[in-house]
Design a protein around this ligand. Structure first.
Ligand code: FES
Length: 168
């Protein structure tokens, strides 16, 4: 990267397409855990990029819960998506340390550069923009996560580079 912003960590790979067999495998891998609902939901989202509606009855049956209970867990924790994300996922920290470091203005610039509102996926499916509440990167604020890669010290140049990455 040519700008002064910090890239911390590696990006994760692309998501798999949903299949009930793969969903059942994920459930089986976590079934013995205490409080398995959240680990399963996280693993589903990690694998598929969202928690497919079809996964809910599988999870409910395996954990002897109602579908409403699984839905309740999903909606309580804002981190879970129930629709596929865009090709690129940009999460911008909106927590206190990042706000104090000018994060509000950065968030606005990113939303404008990506032509995407927070909490939405652009209609062309190219990018999803989400707020996130502290990435543990406060010393490098303002911070974001771009396609699973942590980035800090976001300046105008960094925003331009993120926008360019999201055009690819
Ligand atoms: S407040 Fe943004 S990384 Fe901690």
């Amino acid at each position: 990267m040519s700008s002064g912003y910090a890239v911390i960590g590696e990006a994760r790979g692309r998501h798999e397409a949903w299949s009930p067999a793969r969903g059942s495998e994920i459930i089986a891998d976590h079934l013995a855990m205490e409080g398995a609902t959240l680990p399963i939901l996280h693993a589903m989202q990690e694998t598929f990029g969202y928690v497919p509606q079809d996964a809910v009855p599988l999870i409910a049956d395996a954990l002897n819960l109602s579908r409403a209970e699984v839905h309740g867990s999903m909606t309580f924790y804002h981190d879970f998506r129930n629709e596929p994300a865009g090709k690129h996922i940009v999460k911008v920290c909106v927590a206190e340390a990042c706000q104090a470091a000018g994060g509000n203005a950065t968030s606005e610039r990113i939303a404008k550069a990506l032509d995407c509102a927070f909490g939405e996926t652009r209609p062309d499916g190219q990018v999803t923009l989400e707020p996130i509440y502290c990435l543990g990167l406060c010393s490098c604020a303002p911070s974001a996560m771009v396609n699973g890669r942590l980035v800090g010290r976001l300046d105008d140049e960094a925003v331009d580079e993120i926008a360019a990455e999201c055009r690819s």
